[in-house]
Design a protein around this ligand. Sequence first.
Ligand SMILES: Nc1ncnc2c1ncn2[C@@H]1O[C@H](COP(=O)(O)OP(=O)(O)OP(=O)(O)O)[C@@H](O)[C@H]1O
Ligand SMILES: [Mg+2]
Length: 459
Amino acid sequence: MKKILIVDDEPHIMELLSTALEDEGYRIIVANNGKEAVSQVKKEKPQVMLLDIKMPDMDGVEVLRQMKKINKATSVIMMTAHGAMDTVVEAIKLGAYDYITKPIDLNKLKSLVNGAFEVKVLDEKASIQRKTEEEHKLENIVGKNPKMLEVYKRIGKVVNNKATVLIQGETGTGKELVARAIHFNSILRKGPFVAVDCASLPEDLLESELFGHEKGAFTGAIAQKMGKFELASGGTLFLDEIGNLDLTTQAKLLRVLQEKKIERVGGTKPIKIDVRIIAATNRNLEKALKEGAFREDLYYRLNVVTINLPPLKERKDDIPFLVEYFLSRYRLESVGRTKYVPPETMDFLIRYNWPGNVRELENVIERAIVMGKGDAILPQDLPLEIQKTLDSSQLTSPSNTRLSLKERIAQLEKEIIIDALKESEWIQTKAAKLLGTSRRIIKYKMEKYEIKKGSIPKS
Ligand SMILES: Nc1ncnc2c1ncn2[C@@H]1O[C@H](COP(=O)(O)OP(=O)(O)OP(=O)(O)O)[C@@H](O)[C@H]1O
Ligand SMILES: [Mg+2]
């Protein structure tokens, strides 16, 4: 029996949703407040739940939190008003399956619900035992930009199974962080997280590193050695910088993934393996495919679920949150010293394009905490290349330093929009997507700030 629990305090919405989903053949259970919802989950164990975020006594996020303690098997779809993204981020991090905005588009709702049930079937096939005590915490990953939300959703979808994951992203965007988050939140995990850096090992050592070797397999193999595949048994093998793997090792890896068996170098017995593979790369693998530097069959084996981590310059709205996070993290380490970043310093941090991404930002903040004198981190505590980003702009001219906060934000907003437009070759829809907003807003802002293609110098 396919059961859906609908939780909403507004009777007419309840009515609308119940009718629509009943027509699809689902059995509907309802609750009009948070408390009732929690008790219905216990009693009825619905596979899918539609949960309103805004409710009088207990809000949806709180219901979700309590519910995850009693029944993890229910997939929760949050219903939210437009613009309440903060709460959505929180819910997704807590393990919500997905969300839908009000007013609810019934067709979209139906396909979301059908999708949730399909995923359930796969999960049940894959799952053996569920560890109930594990919490779905992703709080070490900071970011509220829509691109990060997509990342959280994907993580949420692989923690219930052992699917192979390919993480792509520039250097310092958090690939390893995400790989670890997947591992530590995986309910089927029994073994450790083992990482191999495919870029740093010479070809001939890599094979024995991955698959192990028998005593005497080659000169220098004085004892038997277990490979990383065996060490990661029951857990996760993280193949970092997979794009750097040479073609011979690629072929061997492909065979292992197909047969789920390894052979130690110099060994004769195949050994069964049971690991989740997470591969990461900062190279564009599709380009490598075309150039013949990466095997297509291996690519498709690895690319079951892809997670694309956006470069930091495509989610500049997250910079203040990241700064806050690193300030508090390094604050703990250098006992007693608390620091803050005033708006003029934040301007520099937001304007800079961060080729080294989050890692670079982290290093800059850590360095500024150590180097700077007073409690404020000043622009001169930042590396020169970041200070220089302002030189060419009007922000440094003396008349502008007295601008109000509002005016300064407007200036920054204008710059960010121009950057996005340039990056999208002035296609407004594309720029809107980059910034996680609508084309209408971009158009409106372009008029407001008098941004015209012809009047902007090419950079
Ligand atoms: N979203 C994030 N929130 C908080 N910290 C982050 C985030 N993304 C990255 N970091 C931090 O930035 C640093 C670099 O991240 P990580 O090592 O995961 O990057 P990477 O993509 O593996 O980089 P590389 O390609 O250079 O190996 C780490 O200290 C990590 O904790
Ligand atoms: Mg890395």
